[in-house]
Design a protein around this ligand. Structure first.
Ligand code: CTP
Length: 410
């Protein structure tokens, strides 16, 4: 995802404080710049003990600032200029000591000074803690973090796992790719804050015997992109995924299933607790009526085996027929007559919205073109019908969904 230009035009001040996680910040600069941002690195004296300004300058393409007395600034006010120019300040890694300093509003070196002096309404502060688990769980640190949150600071992480000190627990800095995703999400409009979304994605796999089964070419990419876009927009998202090897988007709760029946059970009994249900999964319509306990052997057989198939439940139609259904969005994967088939499915499944796409043209690909169809009208997405990447499409769909939800509830 870092090949996308999600941070194009954004100017980020990246502050480094003392901690072994400074080595990860070098990678973070690369990811931020690849995503289109310009990055101004600011380092405390303690950070310089872990990584050199030379490395950070080479990666960011800008001279690193380390002192409030830096005479290169014409007005000698680095602490004011840096905050005024930035779209966000992110401190990664943030040590326990630096967090304590921020909580108290102290400003005895450049980084804490600029955090205090930045125009708060325009230039948010994001902090990625990195420390030993005892330091993180100490009541003093927890108190300081609570103060930062109350002051409007966004805390990113920390993660859990192996620590440089040999211990295992909470306190690791998030990985650079996770910090990038969190920063990108931070800049997305919060159109679905507090909304609960349930999404199905991927294919299902219907076993014939312990080693074989019936499945399809769905990659799950569109559903995963929708889950990510919904979480970025502030929604509380549950993703019920068929067998795919895609990473779970940040902040999304994932439930893995294999068969259509399992997907049905993971969705239908819980669906009324959600405001929106989006069915992107390519659910197998039929499954073998009888599952062979052992592998079906070729040996000694003259004729190829035949299977009886039985119909799978229609998950989307079942959710739409609940006494208190969520707002249901279907996906229609077709190979021809997109509008006609999509509209027929909308009526048959009794749902307010269906998104049509051409299955063979989209399965497994990173881009797609959609047709948004409701009972009265339809329109292409993007408007020119030219495929764009699935995350961009998903974000536009979330805007459209937010508007439709408002209209329904008005
Ligand atoms: N769907 C579902 N459960 C099923 C079959 C489909 O929830 N057993 C959902 C899909 O997730 C999708 C929509 O219904 O949102 C349409 O799926 P599609 O496979 O295109 O349509 P079908 O109803 O299976 O019709 P057909 O196979 O005839 O095209």
């Amino acid at each position: 995802m870092s090949e996308r230009s999600d941070l194009q035009g954004r100017h980020i001040v990246l502050g480094l404080t003392g901690g072994i996680a400074c080595y990860k910040s070098a990678e973070l600069v690369r990811l931020l710049t690849k995503a289109g941002a310009t990055v101004q690195v600011v380092m405390t004296e303690a950070a310089e003990a872990f990584i050199t300004p030379v490395t950070m300058q080479a990666l960011s393409g800008r001279a690193v600032v380390t002192s409030q007395w830096d005479a290169r600034e014409p007005n000698n006010m680095a602490h004011i200029n840096l905050g005024r120019e930035a779209d966000a300040v992110i401190v990664a890694p943030a040590s326990a000591d630096f967090i304590a300093k921020l909580a108290q509003g102290r400003a005895d070196e450049l980084l804490s000074l600029l955090c205090l002096a930045r125009p708060r309404e325009r230039c948010p502060l994001l902090v990625a803690p990195a420390m030993n688990r005892e330091m993180w769980s100490h009541p003093a640190t927890q108190r300081n973090v609570a103060t930062l949150v109350a002051d409007g600071t966004l805390i990113l992480g920390p993660g859990c796992g192996d620590q440089a000190c040999g211990e295992v627990g909470d306190g690791r800095m998030l990985e650079p790719a996770e910090l990038l995703d969190d920063l990108i999400a931070f800049f997305q409009p919060k159109l679905l804050t507090g909304r609960r979304l349930l999404i199905t994605a991927g294919p299902t796999f219907e076993p014939i015997d312990p080693v074989r089964g019936i499945t399809n070419h769905s990659s799950g990419k569109m559903g995963f992109a929708l889950a990510r876009a919904a979480a970025e927009a502030g929604a509380d998202v549950t993703l019920v995924a068929g067998p795919v090897h895609l990473p779970t988007p940040r902040g999304v709760k994932r439930v893995n299933v294999m068969t259509a029946q399992q997907m049905y059970e993971a969705v239908v009994p819980h669906a009324s607790a959600y405001e929106v249900f989006i069915a992107t999964a390519a659910v197998a319509d039929w499954r073998p009526a009888n599952l062979s306990e052992h592998k079906i052997k070729k040996e000694g057989k003259k004729l190829a085996p035949t299977f009886e198939l039985t119909e799978n439940p229609d998950i989307l139609a079942a959710v739409a027929a609940l006494p208190k259904p969520p707002y249901c969005v279907g996906f229609a994967a077709e190979s021809e007559n997109l509008l006609e088939h999509a509209r027929a499915k909308l009526i048959r499944k009794r749902i307010p919205l269906i998104i049509g796409n051409l299955g063979p043209a989209t399965f497994g690909r990173d881009d797609n073109a959609l047709l948004v169809v409701d009972a009265q009208a339809h329109h292409a997405l993007p408007a020119d019908g030219q495929p764009v990447d699935k995350l961009t499409l998903a974000r536009v769909l979330m805007q459209e969904l937010a508007q439709r939800l408002q209209a329904v509830q008005a």
